[in-house]
Structures are given as C-alpha cells and as structure tokens.
Design a protein around this ligand. Structure first.
Ligand code: HPA
Length: 235
C-alpha cells in the first residue's frame, strides 16, 4: 500500500520519524547517523529512509516547505503508515531579543497566521501544542548533551516574504521565532492522537538582519539532529 506521495509499503517506516524540511538533509542524517539506512521513498524527490540508531529503528523523511507540504506527509505517516512520533527538525528566524544565530529552540506551542485549523470546524481558536512526552525527551537529551536551548511559543507562517511586516507584533506576544511548518504538524498529531515536536536551529534573525553561512548551518544543525536522535531513542 502506498500513497500518491509516498512509495513506502506499510511496515517500511519506523514508529518514530525525524522530519527535516530538506530531503537532502534527510539523506545526510540517514547516511551520517543511521545504521543500514534503506531509502523507501523517492516520489517528488521527497526522500525517506529507515535505519537504526543505537539499535532502535528510526526513519528520516523530508517534509518540504510550508504547512500544506508537511500537512500531507505527516498526515500520511500518522494515518496510513502507523507512525506514532514525529520530530520536525528545521531552521527558524529568531525574533526574540535574547536568542541569537545558531541557538536551539524547542517549540512548546505554535501560533500561526494560517487557516489550517478551519478544517476542524472549532467554535474558537485552537492552540497547536507539542506533545509533552517528546518535549521532555528533547529537553532531557539537550541537557545530557550539554546543548543550550530555549523552549517556548513559535510562529508558523504561511509567508516567508511577508508584505505585512508583522514580526514585531508577534515578538510583543513573546513568540520566539518564525518558521513555516510546526502548527500543521501539531494539529495533525492532535487529530490523529499521535505525538509531535518541532526542534529548530536559528538560521537568521530577521529583525536584526543577521543570517548564518551555509557552513555554520551545517555545524549547528548537527547539535539539533543529535538532540532529536537521542530523544527518539528514549521515548
Ligand atoms: N521566516 C520563515 N521561515 C524561516 C525563517 C524566516 O525568517 N528562517 C528560517 N525559516
């Protein structure tokens, strides 16, 4: 059984999946950290691999950019392939004064300017929230690895190039950083009764006009990957 977007057969994808936005990063993680990685999906180049990390079966799957894209892939992982836990690992633009380039942010909740929640027909505003089990595992892993991190509310935006320049308003509400996927992932997990967490590395500070080089991103990404992998084997 496959889907229009994923060629994997049921059973080829582990119960716990790491999801970077970039499928080539999924390949990098699989080749760098997993033992015996097997590629199960190449549809649209959205590569997915399953292997083992310290003896536990883990998959790594690209999500693409934006809520519609991660919405599709995570929905299928949870509802077609029996996945229980998804750790999104990605980059974000920090908008908090005290969070600098290359630092790690764990998304406890994800505010959004997207209309994704309208499909649930709720008579109010839904608050997309990480799963505490995954959040605790990630915090414990970061503590064990000695990595510094921040935990809080992030913004999942439908726009990267935003005409409204609204980041200062989100900052006033204590939002730490902007990215483009977590809210849809958290909602899909909630709807499916599954678990999700978004871990981010700060790649830019849009309010300060700062950004990392590709080399810096590569190095700091590794800390985040190791936090996610250690958390994944302890849940
Ligand atoms: N905006 C939205 N998404 C992002 C950013 C940003 O500045 N940086 C990394 N992902």
């Amino acid at each position: 059984m496959s889907t229009p977007h994923n060629n994997a057969e049921y059973g080829q994808i582990a119960k716990t999946v790491l999801m970077p936005g970039d499928p080539l990063r999924a390949k990098f993680i699989a080749e760098t950290y997993l033992e015996n990685p097997v590629c199960y999906n190449e549809v649209r180049g959205m590569l997915g691999f399953t292997g083992t990390y310290k003896g536990k079966e883990i998959s790594v799957q690209g999500s693409g950019m934006g809520m519609p894209s991660i919405g599709i892939y995570s929905h299928e992982l949870y509802n077609v392939y029996g996945v229980e836990n998804i750790f999104r690992i990605g980059t974000a633009g920090s908008i908090a004064d005290n969070i600098n380039l290359r630092e790690i942010i764990i998304g406890q909740s994800a505010s959004t300017n997207s209309n994704y929640a309208s499909q649930y027909r709720l008579p109010g505003t839904y608050a997309p929230t990480a799963s505490y089990k995954l959040l605790k595992a990630a915090v414990d892993a970061a503590d064990k690895l000695g990595s510094a991190y921040h935990v809080g509310n992030i913004l999942s935006s439908d726009t990267f190039y935003d005409d409204a320049s609204s980041l200062a308003d989100w900052q006033k509400m204590g939002v730490l950083a902007i990215e483009m996927e977590a809210a849809a992932l958290y909602m899909n997990a909630a709807r499916a009764g599954k678990n999700a967490l978004c871990i981010l590395t700060v790649s830019d500070c849009p309010l300060k006009n700062l950004s990392t080089t590709a080399q810096e991103r590569q190095t700091s990404f590794r800390d985040m990957m190791e936090i996610a992998l250690e958390a994944a084997i302890n849940i």
